[in-house]
Design a binder for this molecule. Structure first.
Ligand code: SOE
Length: 379
């Protein structure tokens, strides 16, 4: 019999849906010692918290997150609220001895992130930050191929995360649906929201980043704030491009924007090594493109690996070879790995400490964009 882990979900938006879905499905597909139980969901508007609880099968709901954190019956706090609440909820949850899974980015800035790392490490509570794209099977396979040395020396790491949903001047800032445009709630724009994903994957696959040189732009300078009803200056970065040097000597080139007309969520990366290259595209997420220079000349070319076979990451847990999975499954894998980590004592990653590295790069990127200078990533 699996042991129950009682979940207290803080938030009822998009991310709370992806995480709740993962908790509900994980034991149907993975053989685990632990079983998540959806105990309580917490959100600002009572009727919406109730509706969320009914839809996803939570036993209760509340509008007071402190009650959830202090509830003796709750084992794990899920932080799926805007970025400016991550630190206060995480610090209280760590103090109360709860396990924590926190949405990305970990915090508003490095100072906050450090405090959160100290808190979970002092309390010795299992902790994870939700950088879900690591757990798309094709992305995990890319990491395995790199670790096997198939690419040889790595020269280039290139990543993009492109969207187009904020091009209209009518899109407001603040409030439930558009807090990502309000610097007070989000901390930054595309840097923390989208590039953080690319940076997390890049550090995981290619090692630490040494220094960055960035530029950002805010194309629409004022937007109506849903909360105040007033037109206010926009404080986030709408677009960000940066170069970097990795510790392994390779060069990085990253771009993110919410102004790439035609792209809804196009996350791509390409890694070029001495012997081979890899390319991945979120819109074709079950495929990994691979080019190996050691192939015989007449058949050498890019192969498109359909990552759906039982010996490829995570896939033996799903259907039969050849049948693919999608976005939601990366969150199921995340929960499976977290629960597996509890059982084995080998924590799933990225932990808060790992995510602090990404936070440092994000902060250095924003500093560089302001000063126009190269910025070193502090150790
Ligand atoms: C923003 O639109 C967003 O939802 C991010 O917040 C997510 O982290 C990303 O995966 C998809 O886009």
């Amino acid at each position: 019999m699996a042991k129950n882990i009682n979940i207290g979900m803080i938030g009822y938006g998009f991310m709370a849906r992806t995480h709740s879905n993962a908790h509900r499905k994980v034991n149907n597909f993975f053989d685990l010692e632990y079983r998540p139980v959806l105990k309580t969901v917490c959100g600002l508007v009572e009727a919406e918290a109730k509706a969320f609880a009914d839809k996803w099968g939570y036993e209760s709901y509340t509008t007071d997150w402190k009650k959830v954190v202090e509830d003796k019956n709750i084992d794990l706090i899920e932080i799926c609220v805007p970025n400016n609440m991550h630190a206060q909820v995480a610090l209280a949850a760590a103090k109360a001895g709860k396990m924590i899974i926190c949405e990305k980015p970990l915090a508003l800035n490095v100072a906050q992130a450090k405090e959160m790392v100290d808190a979970v490490e002092k309390a010795k509570v299992p902790n994870l930050v939700s950088f879900n794209y690591r757990r798309v099977p094709a992305v995990t396979l890319a990491k395995q191929l790199i670790d096997q040395g198939r690419l040889g020396r790595i020269f280039h790491y290139r990543a993009n995360f492109l969207q187009d949903w904020t091009i209209s001047t009518d899109v407001p800032q603040g409030g439930m649906a558009t807090w990502r445009l309000d610097v007070k709630a989000a901390g930054s724009g595309v840097t923390g929201d989208l590039l953080a994903h690319c940076i997390d994957t890049a550090i995981w696959q290619n090692g630490s980043i040494k220094c960055v040189n960035a530029m950002t732009e805010t194309f629409i300078k004022e937007r109506k704030n849903v909360e105040t009803g007033k037109v206010e200056p926009v404080g986030i970065d709408d677009a960000c491009t940066f170069f970097c040097r990795f510790d392994n000597g390779s060069l990085g080139n990253f771009e993110s924007t919410r102004y790439a007309r035609g792209h809804k969520a196009l996350y791509t990366f390409e890694i070029n090594g001495e012997k081979a290259s890899i390319r991945w595209d979120l819109h074709d997420l079950h495929r990994l493109q691979y080019f190996d220079h050691r192939d015989e000349g007449i058949i050498r070319g890019w192969r498109s690996i359909h990552v759906s076979d039982g010996d490829q990451p995570y896939m033996k847990k799903w259907w039969v070879p050849g049948l693919q999975i999608g976005y939601e499954h990366s969150f199921v894998h995340q929960i499976a790995d977290f629960l597996e980590g509890l059982a084995t004592g080998k924590p799933a990653r990225p932990t808060f400490r790992d995510a602090l590295e990404t936070q440092k790069v994000c902060e250095a990127v924003l500093t560089s964009a302001k000063t126009g200078q190269w910025v070193n990533i502090p150790s």
